[in-house]
Write a protein that binds this ligand. Structure first.
Ligand code: HAM
Length: 539
């Protein structure tokens, strides 16, 4: 399907169809999401199994974390200034206290009424405030500044209600009611846009630093980002990722992780790929000044120069103040000549970061992993420091990153975990790997039906059921028609579904206790006893 047609399909609304004189609405998958159907799922399963095999050979163990987490976890870990947190998260409110929901409903919908004012201020309002206080104490309410202000306003309006008789009560009533309506009474949760934050949260929550050695964890599953859908970019997409958490930041860990990715790419027989690496220096810590903030200031000063600033688009102009590093990442063609001339972080690394980066390169060389240095590779998530990397493939089109990752020493501590825990990891896009595998045309993962059981007659049926079970127990994929089919029709169907053999069971076979097997590719037909069957229909 062409890109245009694909986009059009994505944007087509639910269809109205007429069925038996009635309008019926046909549902479609939500924009940016898609169904993955057979036979494509076979390739997805092959890829997942292969990835698990490779990752487990490097001694990683699987971790499964929830698909949603507190919104604040992602805001803190990924960074509020990133596109992911700023505009791409699926966040919603959930309520812990049903009682509070009900009481707020009463307050929010109570009509202003002279006769019932006293009932409202003595019964309805205090009960709501009482339940609200309990919820606040239990941390069941969104605790951002705006919401806490509303909470204060509710308490003040409550005091005014108690002090004010009905003649002057309307003002306090209105303030109380509108504040109650505005209050966010749930907790904000978010569908995970990535899993590094969740893995770190789980690591801290379960005190995994007390387990022996580095924790090498991997995950497989869907992620959610509200990006503009296009080829290779979805709103629900699938990642396989791995993280190493522990006290060491040895560059050998970074290199081994990258080597593992190249092994997986090799298994998938994807030939066209480039590994890009960079070091983005280190941040300030209470103990020492990092090299990145100094570089960022230098970059900002450069970007503010009118002759440079005026050549940037609005997004980059905004980022000069909010996150100048991200300007390096810009893909806008007209910005490229300016960006090429900007100072590069690799020229401003501190001695420790430079040494780490040099060692990373020699460790990659030791493993014969070819790489390209890319001083502009800054990545879109805030937690990175030192090593960043991406593997791109030209077969993918505009969204060309097969995978990406980097080091994030300090993230665990920032999320309230133990001091001194270092981390590095990556995530790969399964959707994109599958596309690249299809493009390379070297892997065939479709699993054909091994045997189609063609049976006719009442006596043949129980034999068909029994033999299908024997074959299935031995691991063969078997299709057993639920209803009798004429042999001609059965052969046609077996052919259509791609079966390799047809086991023919009719009156003759039952009478002679011999089985007839037809190999569909050659048309060859052979008679045999049951003992020979399993050997004959090997897959
Ligand atoms: P990321 O670069 O945001 O990093 O995503 C990693 C990979 O996920 C991308 O290279 C791409 O293949 C795939 N991907 C991202 N967004 C989409 C999308 N909308 N549709 C399809 N595929 C997509 C992370 O997520 C980090 N957590 C990686 C990491 C782990 N860093 C350290 N540890």
């Amino acid at each position: 399907m062409s890109e245009g047609a694909k986009r059009e399909k994505d944007e087509r609304p639910a269809k109205e169809v007429r069925q038996g004189g009635q309008e019926r609405r046909q549902f479609r998958a939500i924009k940016g999401t898609r169904d993955i159907l057979p036979p494509d799922t076979a390739l997805w399963n092959w890829f997942e199994a292969t990835a698990r095999e490779v990752i487990e050979a490097y001694n990683f163990a699987e971790i499964r974390t929830p698909i949603f987490e507190e919104t604040e976890l992602f805001a803190r870990a990924v960074g509020v200034e990133t596109d992911v947190v700023n505009k791409e998260m699926y966040s919603f409110e959930v309520y812990e206290s049903d009682e509070l929901v009900e009481r707020r409903y009463m307050v929010a919908n109570w009509p202003w009424n002279f006769d019932q004012y006293d009932f409202f201020r003595q019964q309805i309002a205090p009960r709501f405030v009482e339940t609200l206080k309990i919820a606040v104490d239990k941390g069941q309410i969104v605790r951002d500044a705006a919401n806490l202000r509303i909470y204060e306003e509710i308490k003040t309006a409550m005091a005014d209600l108690m002090d004010t008789g009905v003649q002057y009560g309307k003002n306090a009533f209105d303030r109380f009611q509108s504040a109650a309506r505005a209050l966010l009474i749930g907790e904000s949760i978010t569908l995970r846009p990535e899993a590094t934050a969740s893995v770190c949260r789980a690591y801290i929550e379960h005190g995994m630093q007390t387990r022996p050695g580095d924790q090498k964890l991997y995950y497989v599953g869907p992620m959610f980002r509200r990006e503009r859908p296009q080829k290779g970019r979805y709103r629900q997409f699938y990642q396989i990722g791995a993280e190493v958490l522990g006290t060491s930041d040895a560059p050998a860990i970074d290199a081994e992780l990258i080597e593992m990715l190249t092994v997986l790419i090799g298994r998938c027989k994807i030939e066209k790929w480039t590994l890009l690496i960079n070091s983005i220096g280190c941040p300030d810590t209470p103990e020492r000044k990092g090299c990145r903030p100094k570089y960022v200031e230098l970059l900002r000063a450069e970007l503010r120069k009118p002759e440079i600033f005026s050549k940037l688009g609005p997004d980059s102009q905004r980022r000069v103040e909010t996150n100048p590093l991200r300007v390096m990442d810009s893909k806008l063609p007209e910005e490229q000549p300016v960006i090429e001339k900007l100072p590069k972080i690799s020229e401003h690394l501190c001695a420790e970061c430079r040494e780490h980066y040099e060692k990373l390169k020699s460790e990659l060389a030791l493993r014969k992993v070819p790489f390209t240095e890319s001083p502009r590779l800054v990545r879109g998530l805030d937690y990175y420091m030192r090593t960043t990397f991406e593997i791109t493939s030209p077969v993918l089109g505009a969204q060309n990153a097969l995978c990406g990752g980097g080091r994030y020493d300090g993230l665990v501590e920032m999320l309230g975990g133990p001091k001194g825990i270092k981390g590095i990891g990556f995530a790969l896009g399964e959707d994109r790997f599958v596309d690249a595998i299809v493009e390379a045309k070297k892997i065939d993962a479709t699993r054909a039906v091994d045997v189609f059981v063609a049976w006719m007659g009442e006596k043949a049926y129980p034999e068909a059921v029994r033999l299908a079970r024997v074959l299935r127990d031995a691991g063969r994929a078997v299709e057993l028609p639920a209803r009798e089919m004429k042999f001609g029709k059965a052969f046609e169907r077996a052919d259509k579904i791609g079966a390799r053999y047809v086991l023919i069971l009719g009156d003759d076979e039952i009478a002679s206790k011999r089985l007839t097997i037809k190999t569909l590719a050659s048309g060859e037909q052979k008679q045999m006893g049951e003992s020979e069957l399993l050997d004959y229909v090997r897959h």
